[in-house]
Write a protein that binds this ligand. Structure first.
Ligand SMILES: *Cc1c(COP(=O)(O)O)cnc(C)c1O
Length: 415
């Protein structure tokens, strides 16, 4: 709040497609999809109509002992899309992480191996900020103050392609990092329940991208050492990296998938943890204590599920992934001046994510760039010195040009 003494809050009155409209009528291109949740633009008519229809039927009923069509249909569709046939619902990403961690450890307890209760995450990983999720979130700014509350997990080296040694490829770097994972598992597998990973892009780390080979090797190692593989697709799911789910680019099947953010197209708070028959079966018992107890009042909320169904319908009605490939190619071409800008390092792109590491001496680069971008009618929030674009999929050529021109002007204004 103190920072807002010099940078006033931005009062937003309306949203239309890729645009946010301030109470003063000024328009800002939402180039980060309101922190990665919005897929098809603000106020999308199809999602809005589904919500209005659902409001006329049922706003909410507890899912304990009850069921309803939106949650059944959503579960069946997610099962068909992922091959994981069981879903548990919560309302935010951090809770999905909590659920995956609890379910994995409880699974091992139920199968007679309670000592398997520890977790592994990637260096610079981000999985949310509740106390349990912080145990696998390796970002000191978010964790240090709560250190005494958190049972910190082991971290293994990130396959971040930028860290590849000079002369080595992203693929070779991924293989080297997988060897480090293997060394860790070799020593600690007996006490390890799960390895948690953001597949292909560690977004909160500053859009750190890695080769899919790492996921293939991690899957094989988790199989060999009997450790669950948890794919946190909260940020990268639903087409963001170019495939419907990021892990699909490695042709693997995780034991758990965490979904949130884009799941409802950015309309409502919903998250889901999907898992296998094997995990489900280990909890299926007359003894309540062997069941998965994670009570959540709004679990499977019908409105949120309808928003998610409407979002999935948009993927079915048009070939969103092909549309995004064309959009991404055009935006990448427009972004050439940024890619080759003398202050830019490691320009990178995957699907509908672009990232540029900026040369700046200033530790407050992100805050100052954000303010300069607002002057250009752009909502951008660099992470550290990484400027990134993660626009809604409906961005057109005119808006893409607005984005690149504004980003360059803001860069010129920010040392
Ligand atoms: C945003 C995010 C989360 C946390 O989601 P919240 O809804 O903000 O709690 C977890 N994992 C990843 C990869 C994320 O990007």
């Amino acid at each position: 709040m103190k920072a807002h003494e010099s940078q006033p809050l931005l009062p937003i009155a309306r949203g239309e497609g890729v645009w946010l409209v301030g109470t003063d009528g000024r328009r800002y291109l939402d180039a980060i999809s309101s922190w990665w949740v919005n897929l098809f633009g603000h106020g999308h008519p199809h999602i809005k109509a589904a919500l209005v229809d659902q409001l006329d039927r049922l706003e909410h009923v507890m899912l304990a002992g009850c069921t309803h069509a939106p949650v059944v249909e959503l579960s069946e569709r997610l099962a068909a899309l992922t091959g994981l046939g069981h879903a548990f619902y919560a309302s935010d990403g951090a809770s999905a992480t909590e659920i995956a961690l609890k379910m994995s450890a409880h699974y091992w307890r139920n199968v007679g191996r309670p000592e398997k209760s520890r977790f592994i995450g990637l260096e610079h990983g981000y999985h949310g900020e509740t106390v349990g999720a912080l145990s696998v979130t390796d970002i000191p700014l978010f964790r240090t103050a709560y250190g005494p509350l958190v049972r910190v997990s082991a971290t293994v080296p990130s396959p971040d392609a930028r860290a590849a040694a000079p002369g080595t490829t992203a693929l070779e770097h991924a293989r080297r990092c997988a060897q480090a994972l293997q060394a860790h598992l070799d020593e600690h597998h007996a006490h390890t329940a799960a390895f948690v990973i953001e597949p292909l892009v560690q977004c909160a780390a500053g859009m750190a991208m890695h080769d899919p080979e790492y996921l293939r090797l991690a899957r094989a190692l988790c199989d060999r050492y009997e450790v669950h593989l948890v794919a946190d697709e909260i940020a990268v799911g639903f087409g963001r990296t170019g495939s419907l789910f990021a892990h699909q680019q490695a042709q693997i099947r995780p034991d758990f998938i965490c979904l949130s953010k884009g799941l409802t197209g950015g309309f409502l708070a919903l998250s889901a943890v999907l898992t296998t028959d094997a995990v489900f079966d280990a909890f299926y018992d007359d003894d309540t204590a062997r069941g998965f107890l994670h009570s959540h009042s709004y679990t499977g909320n019908p409105l949120a599920c309808r928003a998610a169904l409407a979002t999935l319908e948009l993927f079915e009605q048009t070939d969103v992934l092909a549309h995004n490939r064309a959009t991404a190619a055009r935006l990448s071409a427009l972004a050439e001046p940024l890619t080759h800008h003398p202050r830019v390092r490691h320009a990178r792109q995957m699907g509908m994510i672009w990232a540029f590491d900026i040369d700046s001496e200033r530790s407050d680069f992100a805050r100052r760039y954000h303010a300069a971008a607002l002057e250009q009618g752009l909502m951008l929030r660099p992470i550290g010195r990484t400027l990134y674009f993660m626009p809604p999929y409906v961005i057109d050529d005119a808006a893409s040009r607005w984005l690149v021109d504004g980003a360059l002007a803001a860069l010129a204004a920010t040392d």
